[in-house]
Every structure is written in structure tokens, then in C-alpha cells.
Design a protein around this ligand. Structure first.
Ligand SMILES: [Zn+2]
Ligand SMILES: [Zn+2]
Length: 447
């Protein structure tokens, strides 16, 4: 059915999904458990049915996560012994030590991503699974899914474990190090949270959420109902909800900027594309670049051993690991702390530039690169976590003490700002500006 024949101003498109990477709206067939649907144009995995249909599997793992979390916060992670003096590391000790050293904001960031957000996501998941057993889902259910989607990437247990690993290799040279129960709990917690995600049918849960019969469309209350389209309307008559992926068709052309309405399923505002995406992303990149310079010039920490103090910078840390024959670890820290921030800042910069130049070159490659950038962004936190562990463990006065310096605050700012820069950048704009989402290309890709 052509969009012009639509009677209503707006309707819901049945069995359709918009690719969040390239912006192609496509119909999808019914799929079985364990199968996945990939974008017809850029190959992005759009959704996958979980391997298990059983409600009990994610619930059991979610409950295990809660128990493992309690163990993780109750016991020490590591203990060190230098010349008979012992110190142990609890999960919040690094944050507290940052506060003592007047870098409380870094301490707060670590406490949020390692302690606060993990327990919120675990509790949200347990609540989601509990209510999903009811025949009729409660009205606040979409909000639970929405918050889970928002906070899950900010739970950085797996990155913290790698931070402990890097700190461990630095510690073994100067002290006797013992691994404690909480670290084992932490590793199991990471696995348990991963399995919970893999076994939860998010698309199925969204599918069960009630869709209201009216919605706000261009600031007016209108009736809305699902509609079956044999052939999808042109792309500029289609938009989708960024949160719950519901696809809408309108009988008027949708502008790139501006609010279309309010989603009748999840209550989020619907936009064709992320608002003012390129400008906001560019501004954040510029801010990240400004912080990146002092992050490399200033020391991130200093170490006092037997009265002798040495300053450490990000690049120096890599060289030190390399010289101590720890080549794989040196490469890991080089990639996480030096290559990733540079790749993120220059990569998103190139994508913004290519969009503005309406380049059609390497669109699929650029989309893939953007996904890599979004995925690896949080791994740059390794150095921040590593320092929080060292300052919490090594304070034995003149014998051995580690101090954090302002460089690490600048570096943490770079990591957080680039995560936001990638978040506000809308990769669909690369395809829009290249003309790939206009009518004639749209028809070609459908045929
Ligand atoms: Zn795509
Ligand atoms: Zn929605």
C-alpha cells in the first residue's frame, strides 16, 4: 500500500524494524529461537531470539548475580604484603582513596560504574523477570526495560577485572600479592550478568508491552493502530522509536529534525534522527581533544619506593611494561589508553566530516568502524581502575606509597566525554547524507 493511500495521519507498521546503523526500514520474517535477523543492507545484527525459551534460566542467573554481587562488596579483592606490612583492597577503597587525594570526582565515577550501576541493573533485571511472569504487564514495565537499556553499558565489572589484572602485574614486582574471595565472585558475576543478557528475550518482552490506542502526534492526540503493509512506504514517511523500536508510517514527509510525537508503547519522544547530532558530537569531540592533551602531559600517578619518587605518565606506563618483558600487557594498555582515545576522537571526526561532504565511500565500513568505536570506548577505563587499585593498596608511608595526579582526572574526562560523543552521533546520518535513504535508493534496496 502506498503511503498516500493511508487514511490516518500516522499508523504503526507491523513486522518492521529500522536498522539503527544505516536507517533502512525493513520487514522481517518470523524467526525461531536461537536465530537472528541481520540488516539487509549493512549486515548489523538487528535482533536475536535467545537460545533458551525458559523464564527460569535468566532468573536463576540474575539471582546468582545478586548473591555474587553481595559477596563482591563484602570481602576484599586483593591483599598485598610488603616487608611484613599488609593491606587489603575492598571494592570501594579506591574511590575513598581518590577522595582523600582531592580527586573525589574520579572516585565517584568509579563507585558509580563498579558499585552503583551494577546493583541497579541486577535489581532491574530481577524486577523485569518477576513482572514478566504476569499475564498482563504493569504499566511501568516499559520504563524498567528503558532504564535497563540505558544503564547496562555503564556497569563496567569486566573492565574493572582487566584493571585488576594490569595492577596485579605492577604489584608482583614490589610486594607479595594474594587474590581474595571477592575477586573470584567478581569474575563469576561478570559471566553471570553476560549469560542473563544472552538468555533474556528483550524483543519478546517489548512485543508484550501494551500499545495505547491514541498517541501524541505533532502535539495533537490522534488514534493509532497497527497496519499491515504489503510494501513499505518511502523512507521519508517512516520513523522508529529509538527506545522500543516500534516503526511508524505517516502520510506526510517526516523532517530530519524536530519531534514527531510520543511513542504509544514506551512513552519516549520520537525523532526521525537524533536531535542536532553532528553539532553536539563535534562539540564533545572538541572537549575530549582539549582534555586529551593535559591527560598525556601531566603525570597520572607517582610512586614512592624507599624514599625515591618517580612520576608516571600514560605513555611511560606502556614503555615500562614493554621493558619488563610484559609485551602482551604493554600492547593491551597501549591499545586501551592511547590507541582507543585517538581512534575515537579521529574516527568520529572523520565520520562527521564524511557525512557533511555527503561521501558515499565505504559506508558499510564506516558503520562497522562506528560500532567498534562504541564497543571499545569503555575499555579505556582500565588505566583509571588500575590507579584506583594501586592507590588503595600501596600506602605504606616512606616504604612505598602511590599517589594519583591530575593527569588521571583529565584522562577519565576524555573517556567519559568520548562515550557521550559516540552516543549522540547518529550513524544513520552518514547514509542519509550520502543519499542512500532517499526514495530511489530506498526502492533499489527493497527490490
Ligand atoms: Zn543497516
Ligand atoms: Zn517506544
Amino acid at each position: 500500500m502506498e503511503s498516500k493511500e493511508l487514511n490516518e495521519a500516522i499508523s504503526i507498521v507491523d513486522q518492521a524494524i529500522e536498522c539503527p546503523s544505516c536507517g533502512l526500514v525493513q520487514k522481517y520474517p518470523e524467526i525461531k529461537h536461537g536465530e537472528l535477523i541481520a540488516c539487509q543492507r549493512c549486515g548489523l545484527e538487528l535482533f536475536r531470539h535467545p537460545v533458551s525459551k525458559q523464564w527460569a534460566v535468566p532468573f536463576a542467573f540474575s539471582l546468582s548475580s545478586l548473591i555474587l554481587y553481595v559477596m563482591m562488596v563484602s570481602f576484599p579483592l586483593l591483599s598485598v604484603n610488603i616487608y611484613g606490612r599488609t593491606n587489603s583492597l575492598g571494592i570501594l577503597d579506591g574511590s575513598i582513596e581518590f577522595m582523600h587525594q582531592d580527586l573525589g570526582i574520579v572516585g565517584l565515577l568509579i563507585a558509580l560504574v563498579v558499585v552503583v550501576f551494577p546493583i541497579i541493573t541486577i535489581s532491574l533485571m530481577l524486577t523485569i523477570l518477576h513482572f514478566s511472569r504476569l499475564k498482563k504487564l504493569p504499566s511501568f514495565f516499559p520504563k524498567l526495560l528503558q532504564w535497563y537499556k540505558l544503564l547496562r553499558p555503564w556497569s563496567m565489572i569486566e573492565v574493572y577485572i582487566l584493571g585488576i589484572f594490569v595492577a596485579y602485574t605492577k604489584l608482583v614486582g614490589m610486594a607479595y600479592v594474594e587474590i581474595d574471595y571477592a575477586l573470584y565472585s567478581m569474575v563469576l558475576l561478570m559471566i553471570s550478568m553476560g549469560i542473563t543478557d544472552a538468555c533474556t528475550d528483550f524483543a519478546g518482552l517489548w512485543g508484550r508491552c501494551a500499545i495505547k490506542e491514541t498517541m501524541i502526534f505533532h502535539y495533537k492526540q490522534v488514534d493509532i493502530a497497527p497496519h499491515h503493509f504489503d510494501q513499505l512506504p518511502e523512507n521519508n514517511h517512516l520513523a522508529s522509536c529509538e527506545c522500543c523500536s516500534l516503526v511508524f508510517a505517516t502520510n506526510t514527509v517526516i523532517a530530519e529534525e524536530g519531534q514527531i510525537g510520543v511513542c504509544p508503547r514506551c512513552g519516549k519522544k520520537i525523532h526521525k534522527r537524533k536531535t542536532n547530532s553532528l553539532n553536539r558530537s563535534l562539540a564533545l569531540l572538541f572537549a575530549a581533544f582539549i582534555f586529551y592533551i593535559p591527560a598525556n602531559l601531566y603525570p597520572i600517578m607517582s610512586m614512592t619506593m624507599m624514599g625515591k619518587t618517580s612520576n608516571h605518565r600514560i605513555f611511560g606506563g606502556v614503555v615500562e611494561l614493554w621493558q619488563s618483558q610484559m609485551v602482551p600487557l604493554a600492547l593491551l594498555v597501549f591499545v586501551a589508553s592511547i590507541a582507543v582515545p585517538v581512534l575515537k576522537i579521529s574516527g568520529i571526526g572523520v565520520m562527521i566530516g564524511a557525512s557533511l561532504m555527503r561521501s558515499k565511500k565505504w559506508l558499510t565500513m564506516r558503520s562497522k568502524l562506528f560500532r567498534v568505536i562504541t564497543f571499545i570506548g569503555r575499555w579505556s577505563m582500565i588505566d583509571v581502575f588500575m590507579i584506583s587499585i594501586l592507590i588503595a593498596l600501596i600506602h605504606f608511608d616512606a616504604l612505598a606509597t602511590v599517589h594519583a595526579h591530575v593527569g588521571i582526572l583529565m584522562f577519565a574526562a576524555v573517556v567519559v566525554i568520548t562515550i557521550f560523543a559516540a552516543d549522540v552521533f547518529d550513524p544513520r546520518l552518514m547514509w542519509d547524507y550520502a543519499g542512500m535513504n532517499s526514495s530511489e535508493n530506498d526502492q533499489k534496496s527493497k527490490n
